[in-house]
Design a protein around this ligand. Sequence first.
Ligand SMILES: Cc1cc2nc3c(=O)[nH]c(=O)nc-3n(C[C@H](O)[C@H](O)[C@H](O)COP(=O)(O)OP(=O)(O)OC[C@H]3O[C@@H](n4cnc5c(N)ncnc54)[C@H](O)[C@@H]3O)c2cc1C
Length: 496
Amino acid sequence: MTEPVLIVGAGPVGLTMALELARYRVPVRLVDQMTERAYTSRAVALWPRTLELLERAGDGVSAELVSRGNKVTVANIIAGAEPIARIELKDVVTPYPFALMLPQSGTEGVLGRHLAERGVRPELGVRLVDFTQDEEGITATLRHPGGSEETARFGWMVACDGAHSVVRHRLGLAFEGDTRGDDWGQGDFHMTGVPFPVNELATYWHEEGPLVLFPMAPGRYRLIAGLGSSTGAPPAAPSFEAFQAILDRRGPGGIVLQDAVWTSAFRINERQVERYRSDRVFLAGDAAHVHSPAGGQGMNTGMQDAINLAWKLALVIRGLSTAPALLDSYDPERRAVGAGVIAASGRLTRMATIQNTLARRIRNALMQFVLGLAPVQHALEGSLTETSTRYDDSPLNGVSWEAGPRAGSRMPPIEGEAPYGAGDTPRFTLRAGAWAGEPPGPLGDLVDPVIRANPVDGGIELVRPDGYLAISVADGEWEPILGYLNHFRPAGTGPA
Ligand SMILES: Cc1cc2nc3c(=O)[nH]c(=O)nc-3n(C[C@H](O)[C@H](O)[C@H](O)COP(=O)(O)OP(=O)(O)OC[C@H]3O[C@@H](n4cnc5c(N)ncnc54)[C@H](O)[C@@H]3O)c2cc1C
């Protein structure tokens, strides 16, 4: 029997990893040292690309998330009384054209329930204390509640154990980057007097620091505020009265806090692990990258790490592929995305925290102009929603037909069609134009047997199980497609 995959950490990334592997019929154990789940909301936004990718599981997880969250379609930036920008999520081609505001605890609850339906329950109170790896697998020491220790054998391990990852430390992997020198306060509050409808979020740029209001539900908001330079002591959450004073000084006036659901303080780390893979161990989520919460990308990027890895691991574990390139591609693909998120969220943070008066005036004038330009809005929408995420330099990319999208591009889901990668086995999907002709031979197990029409561009496109373009060729040129697929088959097996 196949040894299970050990997933360390049942945060949003570990839960996503477990959900994807379980639906691909890969046995998993999911352990977490916490004895009960956190009630604090932490990450607040689910972006369209994450919802598109979760929908592939076919069990209604995205629909349930959407039913529990608040859809935000507009982001406002205001400096004093001056509107700087109004960014509308209107041009993104996706079934989910909004930012879904849902407390992280809500996201975890939905993922956990869908996982339980697949027969997997996180083992809470179980801590990974040590591990070794050899050519065949992982030997892990797990400490159970009460202190007893278990030594167990696994085929692979995925470290979703957060920013202080024990696995990363044990592997001696550098977590390079910096800690910013300012403190931040945040909390979820009930409040009245916000002058925006519940589908609009607001960022106020102010000389003391930014103030951001994310609408979670009518009357309930996540508030994040810059608190200025750190004193060196651990950051402390402002009092209720101090949060109200920040709102009064930096906001539009008239917003009144009713009560606090929870508050906390944090300092921004911008760090990325040097390698996302060490032989049979993979790192995903905060274990691999941490950055500014500006743009709300942290949790989404981590969940998409898990989705990127799961189909590759499933193909290998189920013996459907032995190509080393498959698992080797996880690090370059996701490290490039993580580096991009760290850079973009850092830029947003620096822009919002400019203190010099002249520099702020220049910023405001420049941003009023630049953010009013349609191409800039379009680019910003793509990066925030993560629908412009692509794997341009992936070692998995085949050739690109000049008339169509480039290999590595996101292939948006098409209304009325099953999502790419749906089902209990990871499969590529073929799209073929009207003049594509017939494939010269059987395509084999790695491809969905139904070839879909490609009415838009023509040509033949092979789409990966995670909805990115693998290779595209002109109509009739089937040989490169067959060659690409053969590359992934276990040695000695032809198309079935
Ligand atoms: C107060 C706060 C506010 C935040 N706000 C935002 C926000 O607004 N937007 C945003 O995008 N992100 C935000 N984040 C970050 C976001 O919560 C993380 O990006 C997200 O939780 C990462 O998920 P993860 O699964 O990688 O790690 P985590 O959620 O950190 O989960 C890691 C899990 O691993 C477990 N674990 C650790 N070590 C072991 C071990 N040795 N054995 C077993 N289990 C172990 C831990 O108990 C934990 O449950 C916030 C975080 C905090 C703390």
